[in-house]
Ligand binder design. Sequence first.
Ligand code: DGL
Length: 289
Amino acid sequence: MALGVFDSGVGGLSIHRALAETFPAADLIYLADQAHAPYGSRSGEDIVALTRQGCEHLFARGANLVILACNTASAIALRTLQQSWLPEVRERLGRPVNILGIIVPTIEEATGKLWRDHAEPVSPRPKNVHAIAVFATRATVASRVYEIEVDKHRQDIAAFSEACTHLARLIEDDTPREVLKSVIEDHVANATRRIGRAPDEAILGCTHYEIVADLFAEALPPGTPLIHQPTAVSQALKRYTDRHLEYDIGHSAKRDFFTTGSGGLTGDLVETFWGAPLTLQPLQLTPSI
Ligand code: DGL
């Protein structure tokens, strides 16, 4: 039995690393859907179908919990899969399985409120809100999930999302850091213009961006706090598994890494971030789209 970690590509490794620290004995299976990356420019229908296909594979390999280590899949596919697909899967597999996303823990961390604690609407809205810049994919930004959910929980905080349309692809392609640096500087400048001043805080709302978190930190005004999504997610999962003992996530500390792409070494950017060379094993999934 295992804990599945799913992303369109290498971004979810940032979440995987935090999970491996929090659950050292668990068996972790990582699946990167690189054959279909990036998800951020795909239709909602595609994102749901591909995420379902990845989860199905992880369940078949013995995962009882799957973490969508991808903001795009969490924003677009999670609720649909939980409501209209999981009940059938549980019945078919005859064991408790679940899929969890990474946006709920990030919103909880950003607002200091639990998911169920909604704020009373305040009128008029406070003038000097705490501005959080959210850097994310086109699909995540279009969903407005960060704006909507922050607003539901705190009216003295506002999220301002900036779509970094090509950044996940550039990171997947192991683009040189100088090029990434200037792309990131442009996105930080856009976010600053939209807010009308520098952000008070930032969220890297695409797991790929964590791999170049240092470039975001350099582009933002010195000392701008960054909400660390991997830590928020791993701590939230710890609380969840402590409450839900029915999900066995393994005890042999196995680490498997698969990709629907061509496989092999992940490249310099990931190696620097990961601290060692990392090989993804190729895997053939039956095409669902
Ligand atoms: N890493 C993913 C995210 O957090 C997806 C990036 C993409 O495939 O566009 O949104």
